[in-house]
Design a protein around this ligand. Structure first.
Ligand SMILES: Nc1ncnc2c1ncn2[C@@H]1O[C@H](COP(=O)(O)OP(=O)(O)O)[C@@H](O)[C@H]1O
Ligand SMILES: [Mg+2]
Length: 379
């Protein structure tokens, strides 16, 4: 299997912060980066050598893009099967189209996982209002109705407290193909980011603990504060899923840990993940460099973590009273501020993040939260 060496060109489909940090890692190793996304001056485009502006479903544009690169990878998984297939005609595409198709569609995803014998949230597919009524009988309430495709950061989700809310929920979701899930009483959420190379070699970053606010990731801490057996099980599930998908690249598996101690897969992300941003500062090899190594057929790097670490997201909400006080966060000499170069700070939009390493998980967490609070403390 030939290795894609430094000096080669990587094509990134997607233009967000995941591609931006990937491009930084790739450029550090001497690769060239092209990116394709529907907008100009994207976070990835600002770092890439070449920014192509085209919709993801523009098959001709994707074809031309693939011709100009040595390997295509993703920072955004909602690329159509036709576009992924067009890319595969002209370049190596990693991860493969099947992994992408499964990870981008919640029904396919949960059906695939259940077929592997991996525990998932109780669910039922919903294609009509009548499906929803019967799904509510099997799954029960409280439940959450999620669009089968294109959901992120809690978008495309409607909570259902009682069976009588079926019609309203179906309407609220836009009468689209969906999945009904039991709404679980969660103790914790964790994620495992795995990397799998061309020859099947595998590595992971351990279990990372994730706290959400308004369904958006708020703070991640690594290592996760879970029982060792819970972390081991989550890591083992991640490995099995990647094997079954013949996955090459980086996959994040999000898990729910329920109050009665059960571990279930919530969803798969076939790319770097927000919970892994702390690896940029905390690990010998970041998730982004590991993605690069995996898709290029290079040896995987050490994922050793230097110290306990935490990450706090910076959302557009922080701009409510004007530009955040960046210097105030930087007054914490050990925290690292990452900003994505986005111009419009809309509420809920991920604009950047803060990471910190410390002797303990708790200290790292209070450092990032303190530094984030300092951003909006007016003096
Ligand atoms: N079935 C559920 N039970 C409990 N909480 C849930 C459930 N589904 C989603 N959530 C909460 O909403 C968050 C976002 O949902 P998720 O399915 O991961 O969608 P997204 O694609 O937006 O990340 C989860 O991380 C969790 O906090
Ligand atoms: Mg999620």
């Amino acid at each position: 299997m030939s290795v894609i060496l430094p000096g080669s060109t990587i094509g990134v489909l997607g233009g967000g912060q995941l591609g931006r940090m990937f491009a930084m890692a790739a450029r550090r190793l001497g690769y060239r980066v092209h990116t394709l996304a529907p907008e100009h001056d994207t976070p990835t485009g600002q770092i890439a050598d070449v920014e192509v502006v085209a919709p993801y479903d523009d098959v001709e544009a994707v074809r031309a893009f693939a011709k100009g690169v040595d390997v295509v990878t993703f920072e955004f998984e909602n690329v159509s099967a036709a576009a992924a297939a067009a890319a595969e005609e002209h370049a190596i595409v990693r991860p493969n189209g099947r992994a992408l198709a499964i990870a981008q569609h919640r029904i396919r995803e949960k059906t695939f996982l259940a077929g592997l014998g991996v525990p998932v949230t109780p669910f039922a597919p919903v294609r009509t209002e009548a499906d929803l009524v019967s799904a509510l009988q099997t799954v029960g309430t409280p439940a959450v109705l999620k669009t089968a495709a294109f959901g992120y950061d809690g978008k495309g989700q409607v909570p259902i407290a009682r069976p009588g809310e079926a019609a309203a929920a179906w309407e609220a979701l836009g009468r689209r193909e969906a999945i009904l899930e039991a709404f679980l009483d969660l103790d914790q959420e964790i994620s495992v980011i795995g990397a799998r190379g061309v020859g099947g070699e595998w590595s992971h970053f351990g279990a990372i603990e994730n706290a959400h606010r308004r369904h958006i990731l708020d703070v991640s801490v690594s290592p996760a504060g879970v029982a060792p057996a819970t972390a081991t099980l989550a890591i083992e599930i991640t490995r099995r899923v990647m094997e079954a998908l013949e996955f090459v690249g980086l996959l994040c598996v999000e898990f729910f840990v329920t109050r009665d101690g059960r571990v279930m897969v919530n969803e798969l992300a076939p790319r770097p993940h927000n919970s892994g941003h702390l690896t940029f500062d905390a690990c010998r090899t970041s998730q982004f460099e590991q993605q690069l190594r995996a898709i290029c057929g290079l040896p995987l790097g050490s994922t050793e973590q230097l110290q306990p670490a935490a990450m706090a997201n910076i959302l557009g909400d922080l701009w409510e009273a004007g530009e955040p006080e960046w210097a105030a966060a930087l007054r914490f000499p050990t925290v690292k501020l990452h900003l994505y170069g986005k111009l419009n700070p809309r509420p809920g939009r991920k604009m950047g993040h803060i990471t910190a390493l410390s002797a303990t998980r708790e200290e790292a967490k209070s450092l990032v939260i303190g530094a984030r609070e300092a951003l909006t403390k007016r003096t």
